[in-house]
Design a protein around this ligand. Sequence first.
Ligand code: ATP
Ligand code: MG
Ligand code: MG
Length: 553
Amino acid sequence: DRSRPLDFIRQIVAEDQKSGKHPQPVTRFPPEPNGFLHIGHAKSICLNFGISNEFGGRCHLRFDDTNPSKEEAAYVESIKRDVRWLGFDWHEHLHYASDYFEQICHFAERLIELGKAYVCDLTGEQIRAYRGTLTEPGRESPYRNRSVEENLRLFREMRAGIYGDGERVLRAKIDMASPIILMRDPVLYRILRAPHHRTGDAWCIYPMYDFTHCLSDMLESITHSLCTLEFQDNRQLYDWVLDTLQTPCHPRQIEFARLNLTYTVMSKRKLLQLVTDGHVDGWDDPRMLTISGLRRRGYTPRAIRTFCEQIGIGKKESWIDMGVLENAIRDDLNETAPRAMGVLDPVKVVIDNYPDDQVEFIEARNHPQRPELGSRSLPFSRELYIEREDFRETPPGKFFRLAPGREVRLRYAYYITCVSCEKDPQTGEITVIHCTYDPQTKGGSSPDGRKVKGTIHWLSAAHAAPCTINLYDRLFAVEHPDGDKAVDFKEHLNPHSLHTLTRCLVETSLADLPPGSQVQFERQGYFCRDLDSGTPDHPVFNRIVTLRDSWAK
Ligand code: ATP
Ligand code: MG
Ligand code: MG
């Protein structure tokens, strides 16, 4: 939507383009392949790839793979798939930080030669203790003043595998009294023996995030390095490394507010826990706010992109209500999803005055506002199924659906009036509802103009196809599941987030709906035929979202 004012990052990019500083912006999306992408990543993807598309630049997909103990090739593949599915393309600009290990190591030696880095023998715990606090300056490491020669030798020995994991680190020599604690001689390299998904066991030292990130950006000639607000302090180190090394290119880091969404957690570490502890059925469980979960739930890439556009890019932390995301898919599917009839909890209706062996066909529009989407013929016969909750033997006030003596409209078909019902003598459950129909009301209106208040959906019993329907609710029962550090976020899981109905009925034509496609079951919501379960004879549908926001307060 180009009528909106540019956000503050696009303003900077536009100015840099206008002034000729950066005629072609170069951005990057730099995920760590330690889990699947979530809706928060979508915000960053839409921002980085969006800028490249809008300003005629390019956007790199770069895997920030410097922590081999948590990273896997399978995550790399899932991330590529998700970025593509969202509608973006890195073209030939696919990179891995691990491709730069040799160069990064070279830059580390350069810092040592400049007297700006040293090998430190303190343990991790000691380094933390020496670092000081916000109100107290840090203390210098006793190893801080090693000679350049000794540092070079020790660093090369670290690389050669002479020392054990964690025995020594390489640190930047900056300022132990800096008000920014991150600048108090941060660690640049650590010893870690873990097989890397790309470099295998070629390396036993790995560069830290802060050292890797700025150098990778620089090596790829990134112009605008966009990251979330938590990295504000890291910018000092980012600039220090590039300034100290006097690199020919110095990308500009700009921070924006991350996406925080209610009723979910948004950290790969926590999402991974849900998967490994079996609280969900994998990373692509339709209740997960991962991109693959949203896809399986039935979200469209367009709805996710629209959502990211709606929430915008700002500089202040804020919370977005889950309802905003749900509205985005509801609005998208309201325009595009074909309509069909689905009965979730069927109860039989017999039209006593309808001929026993007759079947007629009734035209039903596939979309009420879009005649170009065509129509279909619904079979109508003496025995039908309707939704159990659309009938009450003793209706409460404001119940305008079927009840003894009451008349309702069957969507697209006839008016019917309930004459009696049969019950299971043991359970008291309604088994059959007897009705009569008015043949004059075909199409849903009567010649005498009499009004009926309720319209209900239905299926011809002999023509309905069985299916299973998963009804989803939010995965967490509270707005901020990880808001209280004293309580494990898993305590807030919603025990009723999945409700599976195995005896549902749908129009037979839906057997041909390709898995992954969406449909509106009239009055029930938007559904997606599941990608991974079900059979041609018995499809599975996932409810994406209800028709109205049932969570609205
Ligand atoms: P997590 O804590 O969920 O693992 P991360 O930031 O560690 O997230 P990365 O793989 O490093 O995950 O993230 C890749 C990019 O996505 C980074 O540039 C990061 O800033 C961005 N990103 C991650 N989470 C969000 C979010 N909630 N909102 C916006 N951008 C995000
Ligand atoms: Mg990260
Ligand atoms: Mg993380």
